[in-house]
Design a binder for this molecule. Structure first.
Ligand code: GDP
Ligand code: K
Ligand code: MG
Length: 288
């Protein structure tokens, strides 16, 4: 009997959804940062064994939309809510339990659910047990504690997921890792470095588009545009005598080389496009 299904991760910002997704698929596909709203798309990662195929989806953290961009992000959540066979409802162990449970209730999920309490590594045992008890009283999903960062409890979680998977043939050929393109992940890796290197509004006002992707025999030549909303932000991205963008370029290039397994020549350009986050044409052009 072969099993297959869609297993989608939901939760508030910074619960550790993208970190968990990467651990589950054993590959760094989803970008991670300590800042909220890092993930903007639904990102698929596929795990195939002889017995099952799981199509995992990482989703943006659930927020109240303030820009068209946010609406698009919540659209990605909605599509994942609709096709989930199994929903992993994820929360940071330190976060307010009642608030998270209310959020999970509001999703009105028909899928089978697992309540995943993440970051158990940051809490002592007695306090953790209290949180687990509070979650179990909710009664709507089995409660599982993990540390995605330290890969603790993830095997047990995977076992529970497989138990809940429906009987089905695989959806994708067995060697498929994701449904997104390499260009998409290249843009994401650049965006991740922006989240790590720049503070305040900069990461939230930024989009990245890959404009050139040329595979040659010994190296891949990539050009990308970094889109910001103001001239001052462009100046900050570039940094003193270009030192900012050089650092960004080096860090991103190293990650891209690891990802595609080839030397990369990376060129970055910064463009100003006021209000791109509220402009449907720009949003489309930038992949949202
Ligand atoms: P997302 O917004 O839900 O996708 O969360 P991320 O995966 O981007 O993680 C947010 C932050 O939490 C990052 O700084 C992660 O390194 C951190 N994080 C994720 N999982 C764990 C964990 O199990 N323990 C600890 N201590 N930190 C974690
Ligand atoms: K994050
Ligand atoms: Mg994320």
């Amino acid at each position: 009997m072969h099993k297959a299904g869609f297993v989608n991760i939901f939760g508030k910002a910074n619960a550790g959804k993208s970190t968990l997704m990467n651990v589950l698929i054993g590959e760094k596909l989803a970008i991670v940062s300590p800042k909220v709203q890092t993930t903007r798309h639904r990102i698929t990662g596929i795990v195939t064994t002889d017995d099952y195929q799981i199509v995992f989806s990482d989703t943006p953290g659930i927020i109240d939309p303030r820009y068209r961009l946010h609406e698009k992000m919540m659209g990605a959540v909605k599509s994942a809510l609709e096709d989930a066979d199994v929903a992993m409802l994820m929360m940071d162990v330190r976060d307010n339990v009642a608030e998270n449970l209310a959020l999970f209730d509001s999703l009105k999920l028909k899928a089978k659910c697992l309540l995943v309490i993440n970051k158990m590594d940051v809490m002592e045992k007695e306090k953790l047990e209290e949180v687990v008890k509070q979650c179990e009283e909710w009664g709507k999903a089995p409660v599982i504690t993990i540390s995605a960062l330290q890969n603790k409890g993830v095997d047990a979680l995977l076992k529970r997921i497989v138990e809940l998977l429906p009987e089905s043939d695989p959806f994708y050929p067995e060697d498929t890792l994701t449904d997104k393109s390499t260009r998409f992940f290249v843009a994401e890796m650049i965006r991740e470095k922006i989240f790590h290197l720049y503070e305040e509004e900069i990461p939230y006002h930024t989009a990245v588009v890959v404009t050139q992707y040329q595979e040659k025999t010994t190296l891949t030549k990539i050009s990308a545009e970094i889109i910001v909303t103001r001239d001052t932000q462009k100046g900050i991205i570039l940094g003193d005598k270009g030192s900012g963008i050089r650092k960004l370029g080096t860090m991103a290039r190293e990650d891209i080389e690891k990802f595609i397994g080839q030397k990369v020549f990376l060129e970055l350009f910064v463009k100003v496009r006021g209000k791109w986050r509220d402009n449907d044409l720009y949003l489309k052009e930038y992949g949202y």
